[in-house]
Design a binder for this molecule. Structure first.
Ligand SMILES: [Zn+2]
Length: 486
């Protein structure tokens, strides 16, 4: 069997003014056919798994481009077209192909292309022909579009948020697509639009049970795979929103019926699963009142993983104004401040302008007298079983002990080792503020006394009813109470 693997993705916040160009892909993950010869990153991990599984079976593997960008605004048109065309040319050169596996995000938008995944899959289908199995792995924060469903044989999304199951889903996709390529199954897909825009944390009930039920349905009664595409709220595209997606063996009606049934269950749970978030001062009050620590405050509105700048100062300003000292916070993406610290060196004391640099969503810069405690070049943090580079990182301490981690590669906080990488122990602090929506949860829950989600201002403030869509044609909850009425 001849197998082709590739990766192209990012999660595009179409409301963001941060341009996503070649440098952002280079900073995150850019390999031209040799991603699997390097240490796995969260974005290349599926390629490692697919190559290993295919080679175990004695198949011939051709590896194409692997390009992934930290979320931001739209990808520059010529960059998207260049990456796409490289993958298409690599697939064409590897013909004939039995199996094509692509790791994508599912919410990638480029200038001129609202549905990059649909565009890529459609062109891949044209290259490989109608009989080749094409499988795609997607982040659950995806827009599942008609073009994607039409062109792919099998699509699966992650089931877990935080995304701790990237490898498991890569294994699932390989098995399903390999069976199909051997003629052991005939996958058909059906998606169901939930008409809901929200975020679902799978770390707590009732979503834990929902995930367990999705898994339980797979592998029996002709159901091959069950996914819930939560959707990515900050994409102004026609297909934005939550969708269930079922792959069945030859029976599209059965797939559609289960997809509708699962969507009904999600609708019934909508109030219970609505993400809670509290104001900045309430969060600080509750953290200070807690006996022991650390209480983790998630700055969900400034999560780089949703295309936010990761340099907002709204919570930092309140910590300073209220005299809170026993606190640590990161990661502030501030290459200029990091440069000043590196010039000054460890132990230096200086007055540093921190954050607030990218635009109105970042708030105002904060001027703080700090000591440079520690500088680490090319630091990294853990994300699942992969490593995520955070760039050059600096631990600075404000007067009285307010500790901040500044870095040069824009990324959210995935794990406490984003702090310990520079020698700062978050477990020993009363308050830890992390710029992340949910991925932090896997690593921080074991050390946290409590976790509070904070609705600070910012690029992705969790107010789903107020997102100014211009292309979504159908009503949705929570902007309207009943999107099915009328
Ligand atoms: Zn995601």
């Amino acid at each position: 069997m001849r197998v082709f693997i590739a990766c192209l993705g990012t999660e595009t916040n179409t409301f963001s003014s941060l341009p996503t160009g070649e440098q952002t892909y280079r900073d995150t993950a850019l390999f031209d056919g040799d991603a699997t010869r390097h240490e796995p990153t969260p974005f290349s991990q599926p390629l490692h798994i697919w190559r290993a599984r295919a080679e175990e079976q004695g198949h011939e593997v051709t590896e194409g481009l692997c390009a992934f960008a930290q979320p931001g605004g739209r990808t520059i048109r010529r960059v998207y077209e260049d990456y796409r065309d490289r993958i298409l040319a690599q697939a064409e050169a590897a013909l004939p192909l039995d199996l094509v596996l692509v790791n994508m995000h599912g919410a990638m938008v480029a200038e001129g292309y609202d549905d990059c995944e649909g565009d890529l899959l459609t062109r891949l289908r044209a290259v490989v022909g109608p009989d080749t199995v094409i499988g795609g792995e997607l982040d659950l924060h995806c827009h599942i579009t008609p073009a994607m469903l039409e062109a792919a044989t099998v699509l699966v999304t992650y089931k877990e948020y935080p995304h701790v199951d990237i490898g498991e889903r890569a294994d699932d996709l390989f098995r399903l697509c390999h069976d199909a390529a051997l003629g052991r199954s005939a996958p058909v897909m059906a998606a169901h639009d939930c008409r809901m825009i929200s975020m679902w944390r799978t770390t707590a009930e009732p979503m834990r049970g929902f995930v367990a039920d999705m898994k339980a349905r797979e592998g029996s009664d002709g159901i091959l795979a069950v996914s819930f595409g939560h959707g990515f709220p900050w994409g102004d595209v026609a297909a934005v929103g939550a969708k269930t997606l079922v792959v069945a063996d030859g029976d599209e009606e059965k797939a559609a019926a289960l997809a509708a049934d699962l969507a009904d269950r999600l609708w019934a749970m909508r109030e219970e699963t609505r993400p809670t978030a509290i104001g900045i001062d309430e969060a600080i009050d509750r953290a200070l009142a807690s006996d022991g620590g650390p209480v983790v405050l998630a700055d969900v509105s400034d999560n780089a993983g949703g295309g936010a700048p990761s340099d907002s100062t709204f919570i930092l300003e309140r910590l300073i104004a209220r005299g809170v000292r026993d606190a640590a916070s990161g990661l502030y993406w501030d290459p200029v401040a990091v440069r000043f610290c590196m010039e000054a060196g460890e132990g230096a004391r200086l007055r540093l302008r921190i954050g607030g640099k990218c635009g109105p969503d970042s708030g105002d810069p904060v001027d703080l007298a700090v000591t440079v405690e520690r500088i680490v070049e090319n630091a990294a943090q853990t994300f699942g079983s992969a490593r995520n580079g955070i760039g050059d990182a600096v631990w600075v301490r404000g007067e009285g002990g307010l500790d901040l981690v500044l870095n040069t590669l824009r990324t959210q906080v995935f794990h406490p080792d984003a702090f310990t990488a520079v020698g700062l122990d978050p477990a020993a602090r009363k308050i830890v503020v992390v710029k992340s929506t949910q991925h932090f949860h896997a690593g921080f829950a074991p050390i946290a006394k409590d976790i509070l989600y904070v609705a600070a201002p910012g690029a992705i403030a969790p107010d789903f009813a107020a997102i100014p869509y211009t292309k979504l044609a159908t009503p949705y909850w929570p902007r309207v109470e009943d999107p099915w009425a009328g």
